[in-house]
Design a protein around this ligand. Structure first.
Ligand code: UGA
Ligand code: MN
Length: 336
């Protein structure tokens, strides 16, 4: 009796095992079927999304092309025929340097046909600047020229004690002499790394035939310094308060010189031994014979398109705290 029971049990167990195998097989087929269906529907969803993206990008390209044809230079083809702007920027290492150059490069990269001549005040070119320039996709010339020790501002020395950017601007001018065809249609503009530039200032200067001038905001202790323009639209003096007796009482950001005009007397150089505030005057006296030949820009000098902003010295006192505690500075392994 017991033997027949075990035999029966064995059979039942065998049936159950077979049933489980059968069910397993069916389930396997069913699952694989649905996962295939799932991946098919996933693929088609991704394709659909990509197609949507492509079509919206195409619409965007068409919209931008239309906008480009409406812009003053009439679209991309003409851009390479525009007079070239040689923008000369002296720059020196300090905690805010990368921030300043990032801000400036993001303006300059929007200006068509501009060559950025950036001159580092250092013995060698630095990685920070080289990488920033490479990343910008701009047409740049990367140079370096270190300020002689005796002319370098000491920590805490008032900045007006010594002129800045002298040897760097000379290096850029020398690069132009050595590399630019004197017949090139273009202008030279001194672009300090801490000022703020509206794109309009570049449109104003591009077609200057001799020397063009315009107002500069936030400079010389005033909200704006600007050329005094008479009824005939000619410059007859300067609306400034600080050192108004200067022949050209204008900041470096307030003028641009045509390249051909520059090449007429191109051996000229900036110098350190110049009275405070006279760098611009001495430069312009060399390239301009009289005030009334200056080309008045920015709607008769009534618009401000450039500001002589200055970034405040950054507070790094907590770095000192770290140092005193024997800890590494906050920028280990990270470029700021
Ligand atoms: C004012 C004018 O706007 C400058 O064009 C002029 O060079 C300067 O005075 C001067 O009298 O020399 P300010 O704001 O006082 O400008 O000068 P900074 O902005 O400190 O320096 C002008 C340029 O020279 C900047 O692009 C700056 O990065 C660079 N610089 C400054 C150096 O290359 N090395 C330095 O040690 C200091
Ligand atoms: Mn400045």
């Amino acid at each position: 009796m017991q033997e027949t029971m075990t035999l029966k049990n064995k059979r039942i167990i065998i049936y159950i095992v077979i049933l489980i195998f059968l069910l397993w097989g069916i389930k396997g087929i069913w699952w694989s079927g649905t996962s295939d269906a799932k991946s098919v529907s996933l693929i088609s969803e991704t394709t659909l999304r990509q197609e949507n993206l492509i079509s919206s990008l195409k619409t965007e390209v068409a919209r931008l092309q239309l906008q480009l044809t409406k812009c003053p230079h009439g679209g991309q083809d003409d851009v390479s025929n525009l007079p070239i702007i040689y923008a000369i920027t002296p720059t020196h290492k300090r905690p805010v340097q990368k921030a300043e150059l990032t801000r400036l490069s993001h303006t300059l990269m929007l200006v068509p046909n501009l060559r950025w001549i950036i001159v580092e005040d250092s013995e060698t070119k630095t990685d920070v600047v080289a990488k920033l320039l490479a990343k910008s996709g701009m047409q740049f010339i990367h140079l370096n020229a270190a300020t002689p020790k005796e002319w370098k501002l000491r920590a805490k020395e008032p900045r007006w004690n010594k002129p800045r950017g002298v040897i760097q601007r000379n290096a850029a001018l020398q690069w132009i002499r050595d590399n630019v065809d004197p017949g090139t249609d273009g202008v030279i503009y001194f672009v300090d790394d801490d000022n703020s530039y509206s794109l309009e200032v570049f449109d104003e200067m591009r077609n200057v035939k001799g020397v063009g001038v315009w107002p500069v905001g936030l400079v010389g202790g005033l909200l704006v310094e600007r050329p005094k323009v008479n009824m005939l639209g000619k410059v007859e003096g300067w609306l400034t308060v600080w050192s108004p007796q200067r022949p050209f009482a204008i900041d470096m950001a307030g003028f641009a010189v045509n390249l051909k005009r520059f090449f007429q007397q191109s051996d000229w150089k900036f110098a350190y031994e110049v009275e405070k505030g006279y760098q611009e005057s001495i430069f312009l006296q060399h390239f301009v014979n009289s005030l009334d030949e200056l080309e008045v820009k920015a709607e008769n000098c009534t618009k401000v398109y450039v500001w002589h902003t200055r970034t405040e010295a950054v507070n790094l006192n907590q770095e000192d705290v770290l140092r005193k505690k024997g800890k590494p500075p906050s920028n280990v392994g990270i470029e700021v």
